[in-house]
Structures are given as C-alpha cells and as structure tokens.
Write a protein that binds this ligand. Sequence first.
Ligand code: UD1
Length: 379
Amino acid sequence: MQIHLIAAARPNFMKIAPLYHALKREDWAEPVIVHTGQHYDLNMSDAFFTDLKLPAPHIHLGVGSGSHAEQTGKVMIAYEKIIYEKQPDLVVVVGDVNSTLACTIAAIKVNYPIQNSKLKIQNCGRPVVAHLEAGLRSFDRTMPEEINRIATDALADFLWTPSPDGDANLVKEGVDKGKIERVGNIMIDSLEMMRDTIEDENTHLEFGLNKNEFGVVTFHRPANVDNVEILSSLCTSLISISKMIPLVFPVHPRTRKNLEEYDLMPNLAECGSIILTEPLNYIRFMSLVFNCRLAITDSGGIQEETTYLGIPCLTMRPNTERPVTVTEGTNRLCSHTEIESMALDSLKIDRIQRTPPDLWDGQTAHRIVESLKHFRSRQ
Ligand code: UD1
C-alpha cells in the first residue's frame, strides 16, 4: 500500500514524523514523504527532517512562496502529475496549511487509468484521502487556515480528529459520522518520541538563562505581524515584559521581514533582555519550551505543547481552533493590548500539572496504523 505523507511547512513535519516511523515498521505499508516546498529555508525545513530522524523527502515539489492562490495552484499542478505517475493508494494530509488543501483537491479529483490497487475507492480510481488533525475550527474565516480546514474536511474520506470538539464540529457541518475517527494528538507523539533528546539539550544555558526564569516568544500570523500598528504595539509590550523576565524570540521569516520593513528590529535588539534568534530546529526550540516559565505565541502547536507540559501560555489571538487548550489546559487568549498585564498575571502562576486531554498520549500514530489495518481487512 503506497501511502503519501504530505509535508509542506514547519508545523507539518512534526505531524508526519511519528506516522512515517510507525508505517515503516509495517510490511504492508510503503510510506512516501512528499514535500511540497512551501517552506524551504534550512531552519524552517531540513533541520526538522534531521531532528525527527526522517529521510530526505522521497518527492520534492519545490513550489516555494507566493500568494495564497499561487501557492495553492502550484502545489495542485505539481502534485497532480505525481499522483498520476505514482498512483498512491492513500494520501495523508496534515494540519491546515495551503498545501494541505491543495493536495486534497488534487488527489480527490484524479481518475487513474488502471485500477491496480485493492485500496482505491470502489469504482472511483483515485487514492483515499485522509486528513490528520481534522475538525478543528476557529470559526474565524479571516484566517486562511480556517478556509483550508473547512475545505479539506469537506473533501477528505477519513477525518482523523485530535479531540472531541473536532468530532462535534464535523457532525454539525453534516459530515457522515462513519468518516470520523478520534485518533488523538499526533504532535504529542513527536514530543514523546524525542523527549530524551530534548531533555538533554538545555538550549537555555547557551543563552545564559536559568530554567524557569525566561519566556519564549513566537509570532508569525498575518493578523499580528502584517499590520504596522499591531506589530509595533506588540513590540512595545514585549519590551515591557522583558523587564520582568528575559525573553527568547526566534523570529519567523515573515515576522523578520516586517520588523525590518517597519524599522522595529533595533528597539527589540537594543532593549537588552530580548534574545532574538533565527527560527530554531525542533529539538532546540522544544528544549526552550520545556524549560521556560511562560510562552507567548500565536502558533497552534505551541498552545498544545504547553498544555501537555503544564506551562502557562498566552496566545495572541481572539480565538483558537484548539479550545481544549483553554478549557483543559494552560492556554489563555489575549489581545495585543492585554498581553502585558496578562503576562504579569501568568508570572504569578507556576507550572500547572493537569491530566492531558484524552488521547494526547504519544500513541496516535499507533492508533492510525491499527485503523488502516482494519480498513485494509475490509477491502
Ligand atoms: C504558513 C502557514 C501557517 C503556519 C506557518 C508556520 C498557510 C496559509 N500558512 O504560514 O498556517 O502556521 O506556515 O510557519 O499555509 N519564508 C521564508 N522561508 C521559508 C518559508 C517562508 O523566507 O522557508 C517567507 C517567505 O517570504 C514567505 C513568507 O515567509 O512568503 C510566508 O511563508 P508562507 O509559507 O507563505 O506562510 P507562513 O506565514 O509561514
């Protein structure tokens, strides 16, 4: 069974790695990594393959950056050719990036000339498409990721969800319940797979910081970094927070471009207690998260990782597609005007050890493999 695992952008690599390793151990499965090239810098892509012990991508589409339509279109055109050439049985898309939607659309509409696989959907002549991390909704259609999630879930055959809210959202949208399976949170598989290496890393010591005495900051969402007023207010807040606790800020390429364009970089660099770095690889970044007192972010994955680890997290967004991180975890949403007072508040709280959300246990890839075995046995 040829299984394409689609990887495109930084947060995808942690989602395909555990599944690749689990499938590689099965004699019936031939996992193939397809990198669309949406992220291409060494430290946004290749470093993650090394850290997560993945081989170099078997297929690289090399699409690069562009507007949403350009990027989505380029991936669709390039991947459709690959599908006809390789005729995979299953295509697994993860998360919510442009390539997730693009590969879903490309795969769902092909029509293989030769029916040579037991697994292809009956009378359909195309690969089965599975969406891993299905059902998440921020209910904010100004977010490109929300459009990608809704459209991908409307099209995919298997919807593998991380939490009960995902199942409920899909059912409300009229999805056939038979397509939905709660498998858990695959990001936690990566974290557990790499835990020993992460714990040995101690990145904070390189920056001269003590465990539990610094904050980690990441921002890259267009809503936070593309608007000069918001970005500038965010920088002012970070400078104030850094007077209470030193901050490490690995800067995403989109954020760096805007900080430079709006001339905000010098203020951050010169304030003395904000350490600005290039984006860090998985192990080094997770080592910072493991040892920090507080995370300030707009990332999806960091909301989940901090919840799992019991670390206070402030998410600079009006909403989240991961509500369990708020109801069951350590995450609090905040606006750019509230961040300073909420950070002060968070610094009063120590780590909060709670039971992680159900099925956030490092066994998600295993559950997917079992589910696929069951599916094969029914073909
Ligand atoms: C994308 C995803 C977002 C995810 C994020 C993680 C979509 C719609 N957005 O956003 O959901 O959270 O990845 O980073 O799919 N760039 C580089 N080098 C790279 C990659 C990007 O310099 O390796 C620069 C380019 O100028 C590019 C810009 O960053 O135009 C944005 O990259 P892009 O992949 O379009 O979106 P992200 O903001 O990274």
